[in-house]
Design a protein around this ligand. Sequence first.
Ligand SMILES: Nc1nc2c(ncn2[C@@H]2O[C@H](COP(=O)(O)OP(=O)(O)O)[C@@H](O)[C@H]2O)c(=O)[nH]1
Ligand SMILES: [Mg+2]
Length: 189
Amino acid sequence: MKEQVWFKARVISSHGRHSFVEKEDGTVLEATRKGKKVDLAVGDIVDCLQTSAEQVSIQKIEPRRSLLYRSDELRTKPLASNIDQVAVVFATRPSYNPHFIWKAMLAAETADIHILMIRNKTDFTKDEPEVRPFINQLKELGAEVVEVSATKDPEGTVKTLEPLFEGKVTLLIGQSGMGKSTILNLLVK
Ligand SMILES: Nc1nc2c(ncn2[C@@H]2O[C@H](COP(=O)(O)OP(=O)(O)O)[C@@H](O)[C@H]2O)c(=O)[nH]1
Ligand SMILES: [Mg+2]
């Protein structure tokens, strides 16, 4: 009889019944989940059974350290598991949507995950009068808020953010154009 190959991996994407897992050595494999219900979240540590050279079957999900949900009017679905912190990037150009930020704050609070607010593009000093009351409001609610300019002051941005990201699995979110990719490129060297 053929020997069964088992291993642990992390779910790196999950769309319907199709998902991809990453092994500790960085190998990425396509995975299926037995049963009908799709119960995976990105970040899950799973026990896999190798079914072919490139295919694996997810047999079991390890207990989650945390689970963040995305919810809208219609449904609630798991967004990411085993994260330590949510970092929300916002800026005044293009304009931020405060509801996006409140929703993220509520989701993190509900999941008992630390939230870090990153106000980017401080070089738009003209926008200060508009954004300052909002930032004060966030701080009054107990949020940790840092302010950076990823393009104008990349060194300062790294200096501010590096210690806050160190050793923490962080979910970086924010509306389009806020500077997520710019910040990520500074931090991932
Ligand atoms: N003025 C200014 N522009 C920035 C700053 N950070 C990012 N940008 C620019 O904003 C645009 C959107 O940034 P990007 O990182 O792609 O945003 P993402 O959609 O959140 O990933 C790009 O043209 C960046 O060069 C900043 O601190 N100041
Ligand atoms: Mg981007």
